[in-house]
Structure formats: C-alpha cells, structure tokens
Write a protein that binds this ligand. Structure first.
Ligand code: BTN
Length: 275
C-alpha cells in the first residue's frame, strides 16, 4: 500500500540544483518530497510504478529512516541531507564493493566542497575526525533483465539540537568544519561523483577504486573487532581486498576476509585486544 505523502511545499531550489548538475542533469530524474518514511522505501515503490535508472528521491524529513543492520537513521529537516538514487545494472553484474564505491563518491564530493580529513569506515560509514558524518545504505532488488540497486545516503549538514539526546553514537556535521553549503549544492556535487564512479564501476568493478578507498580507510592498521552472528574476529585492519572484502589479521597472524553481510566493525579497546 503506497504511503501517503505530505503535500506541503518547501523551498527546494531545483534551479540551483539543475544549474550545478550541468550535463549530468540529463541523466537523472529528481523528485523532492517534504516527508516520507524512508527515501529508500519510497524509491522502491516508485520503481514498481516505472521509475527508471537514474531516478533520485530527496526528502526533507524521513519518519522511519533506515541504516544498516536494522538500525534507524536519525535526520532532521534543515539539518540533514537524505536521498536515494536508483541505479540499474545488467543482470549478471558483480556488485562486490558497491557500497564502498558509493562511500568513496561521497568522500570525493565532500573534498570537492573543501572538507579535509574525510575517512571511510568499512563498509558504509563516512567519518570525520573519528565521528560519523554520514552513511550509505545499498539495497539490491532483482528484476527481470536487471539488477536494481537503491543507494541511500544520509549526511549530517548541521548539528540539530535534538541529536544530543537521540543519536546513540559520536557524530560530526559539515558545519563543525565550517562547510556551510546549500543542500542543493551538496546534492549536486554528490550526484556528479556518484554517477561518474558508478559508470566506471559498471564496467570495471571495485578494483579501480581500491587504492583511493584505502587512502581514506579510517581504521587502517588499527585494532578492530568485526562481529557477526557467526562470532567475532579481533585483529588489525589491513584494508580491503579487490572484491571489497575487509582483511583483518588476527592474533595468530592469519588473515581473515570479512564480507559485508551483517557485520559490525568497531575499534578494539585495549581490553578487547587482551581478552
Ligand atoms: C548507515 O549508516 O547504517 C546507513 C545510513 C543510510 C541513511 C540513508 S538516509 C537516505 C536513505 N533512506 C534511508 O532510510 N536510509 C538511507
């Protein structure tokens, strides 16, 4: 059952967005809504109604924003950027590393806007000075003849007063580093990077991006714990493999390959390493 949408208009500046997108505007179809449960969910509904590859849905407010591993994504109108992009690949495309490529596109876009020190935490976090600035949620749907992906991105633009009580982990915002750019400009810069990287990824996979991702690996050579329902791996984060899997060297020296699935990765404490 399609969700009801709020029809209250807000000032979303399409003219600025389209001007900043330039030629890329011809490859995408952008819709703005004031409120929805989740842009990933609504874009999926739109796909059922015929939305094509390159459709973008941006919302001022999500009432049930989703993160990885069943977590919720907190965002606030005027303080956050939340959007999703529908991108279709040929049916047999190997999608290893796709969420890493999306994260890399976000990092590159933010650097283009003047932000220094953006880090990537495998598999889908955007970090700034060791705190979470944004996240990527990729969902894959198999259709006749295509593999459809919905690439959802959430970014903290400014510090909303309520986040102190509602966000359960250390977070960063663009404003913290004096990046005060209209959300339409941030979105245009992100979309341009995303499209450029997705076109390369569709042809060549994750391998061409490996070094660039590694350069921003926020946990490079640090002690980490990767947890999943199958148990925990404690070791040193070596980096990513060509297929986007995370390489951890455990205490016996063995190299463990962690693939995305339902894994959570965190910095290990001294206690964790000793136990
Ligand atoms: C994560 O860090 O676990 C991923 C967060 C992804 C949040 C974005 S906001 C836009 C899109 N819609 C959602 O419900 N989630 C993603």
């Amino acid at each position: 059952m399609p969700e009801p949408l709020s029809l209250t208009p807000t000032a979303f500046d399409f003219a600025t967005l389209l001007a900043e997108l330039g030629d890329v505007a011809t490859c995408i179809d952008i819709e703005h809504v004031v409120r929805c449960s989740s842009t990933n969910t609504l874009l999926r509904e739109r796909m059922g109604l015929g939305a094509t590859s390159g459709s973008v849905l941006v919302a001022d407010e999500q009432t049930a924003g989703r993160g990885r591993r069943g977590r919720s994504w907190v965002s606030t109108p005027g303080y956050s950027l939340t959007f999703s992009l529908l991108w279709k690949f040929p049916i047999d495309t190997n999608l290893d590393g796709l969420s890493l490529v999306a994260g890399l596109a976000v990092a590159r876009a933010l650097e283009e806007l003047g932000l220094m020190g953006v880090g990537l935490k495998w598999p889908n976090d955007i970090w700034l000075h060791g705190r979470k600035l944004g996240g990527v949620l990729v969902e894959v749907l198999f259709e006749a003849g295509h593999t459809a992906t919905i690439i959802g991105i959430g970014l903290n633009l400014r510090r909303a007063p309520t986040w102190q009580d509602t966000v359960d982990q250390p977070f960063a915002t663009l404003e913290d580093d004096h990046i005060d750019v209209a959300r339409e400009s941030v979105l245009a810069t992100l979309l341009k990077q995303l499209l450029a990287l997705l076109n390369t990824y569709a042809k060549s996979g994750f391998a061409p991006f490996l070094r660039d991702w590694e350069r921003r690996n926020a946990l490079h050579r640090l002690p980490v714990v990767a947890s999943s329902e199958n148990g925990q791996h404690l070791g040193i984060c070596l980096g990513v493999a060509k297929d986007g899997a995370l390489q951890i060297q455990d205490l016996s020296g063995a190299i463990i390959l962690v693939t995305s699935g339902d894994v959570s990765l965190r910095l290990a404490t001294q206690e964790g390493l000793n136990s």
